[in-house]
Design a protein around this ligand. Structure first.
Ligand code: FES
Length: 122
């Protein structure tokens, strides 16, 4: 049985619309089965409180708010497992970027502007 690493690298894409996108890599204390969301929460708690990301249910896969790109694939951060060799996380590429890992995932029919426009006949 191979030993588990003490820390694993996770690279996060940072930035907001109008800014040049950049990546930052953090070494996160590793626990077997750790989720990408666990790692991002650890970074925000212990290293950089300015990282923007969204979640509500932690690992019930119920709120759907934590969708991000993990190693280039759309995943829920709360159920995607951290890879011991390293993981890269970015915002969804098919949604409007708000900041860092947060994108506008509200369905158009639930968007407040759309609702108000329909209400007002526009
Ligand atoms: S945090 Fe709710 S689905 Fe991931």
């Amino acid at each position: 049985m191979s030993a588990l690493p003490d820390t694993v690298p996770i690279t996060l894409q940072r930035g907001a619309p109008g800014e040049e996108s950049r990546t930052e890599t953090y070494d996160v204390p590793y626990r077997e089965g750790m989720s990408v969301l666990d790692a991002v929460v650890w970074i925000r708690t212990n290293v950089d409180s300015s990282i923007a990301f969204r979640y509500s249910c932690v690992n019930a896969n119920a709120c759907k708010e934590c969708m991000v790109s993990v190693n280039g694939k759309t995943e829920y951060a709360c159920t995607a497992r951290l890879a011991p060799e390293g993981t890269t996380v970015g915002p969804l590429t098919n949604k409007t970027l708000i900041r860092d890992l947060v994108t506008d995932i509200v369905p158009p029919k639930e968007n407040l502007r759309t609702i108000l426009a329909e209400r007002d006949g526009g």
